[in-house]
Design a protein around this ligand. Structure first.
Ligand code: PLP
Length: 456
């Protein structure tokens, strides 16, 4: 199909009539209409009017390998032709799921040997949370139920995943979240919570917020701590290197399971294959999603340590939990092909060597910009935080929607980036070239300059 086959306005009318979009101000959308994506290749997406946009967000932090890789399409077609569906219930299994579970555990630390599949990151978090509570029940410690998560975190939109998320607007979105038994601590957001501190000192202080919360609740009641290695949706919040070792020490001391949401950080975002490798974390459970298939099909994995799996298997009997599409053959096949390409083409290693330094320099190049209060990045995830007063860090009022204004300016110029509040977030695909990195930052600068003029 070519772009000429589409009539944008017609699609917009039909879109408005029936399609309710996720995370969208529906009344606002009715006024503007949608951009209708038509096709995509590499790091570019074209709309039905033929406008080309650089995808500075990898879709939603998932299209790590870029768009349009034929090998992935063919892997799906092959598997679909062979085994279009297979449940993993009823003592049934199939080759793609077995191979993928084996491949994943081969990429992970020695104590992570078991994998449960779902279709989304939200479901991976649901599985992890049910498993945490199941584990403590089976251990004869059912009073260990409280889950500690972090402010500004995003872990998904199902009830428990939304509860783990520390984004207050989600609590008004229906469903009485947060559910009982979930509490939040501050996140290691140095610009807002410890700007005057040395990063190393701040990392320890921020980790001790967990210890304080555990002691306040009582260690016998705390089941798990859940966090991303670095926080993506909260606005690219990157912890100092002292943070995670201290978190690990605290979790071990109080026997609190460490549950790591690698849905965004996994598969190369930090410049290492996984966020736990970058920060040296040893989790008890780990959630993977998004980059596991580079977004070609929906799949997520909850990876389970021997400690937890042994209890589940040896003491557990039937665990009544699972999904129709747990381990869908085509999704597993595309994940395997994605991992094959990432490995054979050394995509993650090349991104770390050839792109991460340029990306970090691009982010840092805004350090003197009058509109930017903080510039931060890890690997190929970065955030530029817009402020009204650079000297004091004072933010613009929420109603100004300065971040949304800036992302609209970027989009006008052909770059998709994301406003997390007033932080402009970038997460380009791992296959972006150094020239394209330069182009991304040139457009980001124009958009931020235009925003500064508008609000100046
Ligand atoms: N965890 C993190 C860190 C995420 O960023 C997201 C989605 O953005 C999720 C979980 C939820 O994943 P999904 O949208 O696939 O349910």
């Amino acid at each position: 199909m070519t772009d000429r086959d589409f009539d944008t306005q017609d699609w917009q009318v039909r879109d408005r009539a029936h399609y309710l979009h996720p995370f969208t101000d529906h009344a606002g959308l009715r006024q503007t209409g949608s951009r209708i994506a038509a096709h995509a290749e590499g790091i570019h997406v074209w709309d039905t009017d033929g406008n080309r946009m650089i995808d500075g967000l990898s879709g939603l932090g998932c299209v790590n390998l870029g768009y349009g890789r034929r090998e992935l399409v063919e892997a799906v077609a092959r598997e679909m032709a062979e085994l279009s569906y297979c449940p993993s219930f009823f003592r049934t299994s199939h080759r793609a799921a077995i191979t993928l579970a084996e491949t994943l555990t081969g990429l992970l630390p020695d104590h992570l040997n078991h994998v449960f599949f779902q279709s989304s990151g939200s479901e991976a978090n649901e599985t992890a949370m049910r498993l945490v509570r199941r584990f403590w029940d089976l251990e004869g410690r059912p009073e260990k139920r409280v889950i500690i998560a972090r402010e500004l975190a995003y872990h998904g939109s199902t009830h428990m995943a939304a509860s783990l998320s520390g984004i207050p607007p989600m609590y008004g979105a229906g469903g009485d979240v947060p559910l009982p038994g979930v509490v939040h601590i501050r996140t290691p957001y140095r610009y807002r919570h410890g700007r005057d501190m040395d990063p190393a000192e701040f990392g320890v202080v921020a980790a001790r917020w967990l210890e304080e919360k555990i002691l306040e609740i009582g260690p016998d009641r705390v089941a798990a701590f859940v966090a991303e290695p670095a926080q993506s949706a909260g606005g690219a919040i990157c912890p100092p290197e002292t943070y995670w070792p201290e978190i690990q020490r605290i979790c071990r001391k109080y026997d609190v399971l460490l549950v790591l949401d690698e849905v965004v950080m996994g598969f190369g975002r930090t410049g290492k294959w996984f966020g736990h490798r970058y920060y040296g974390i040893e989790p008890d459970l780990m959630q993977l999603g998004k980059g596991i298939t580079s977004g070609y099909l929906p799949l997520s994995a909850t990876v389970i340590s021997d400690r937890v799996a042994d209890v589940l298997i040896d003491k557990g009997g039937e665990w009544a939990h699972g999904y129709t599409y747990s381990g869908h053959p085509a999704c597993c096949a595309v994940a395997l092909e994605n991992i094959r390409i990432l490995t054979e083409e050394r995509i993650v290693e090349r991104a770390e060597a050839e792109l991460v330094p340029a990306f970090a320099a691009g982010i840092r190049s805004f350090v003197d910009h009058p509109l930017i209060g903080d510039c931060r990045s890890v690997g190929l995830m970065g955030g530029l935080e817009i402020v009204r007063d650079k000297a004091t860090g004072e933010a613009f009022p929420y109603e100004a929607h300065v971040g949304d204004h800036c992302s609209a300016e970027a989009l006008k110029r052909g770059l998709a980036l994301r406003a997390n509040g007033d932080t402009m977030s970038l997460m380009p695909p791992l296959v972006t070239t150094p020239d394209q990195i330069a182009e991304i930052f040139a457009i980001a600068r124009e958009a931020i300059d235009a925003t500064a003029r508008h609000f100046g």
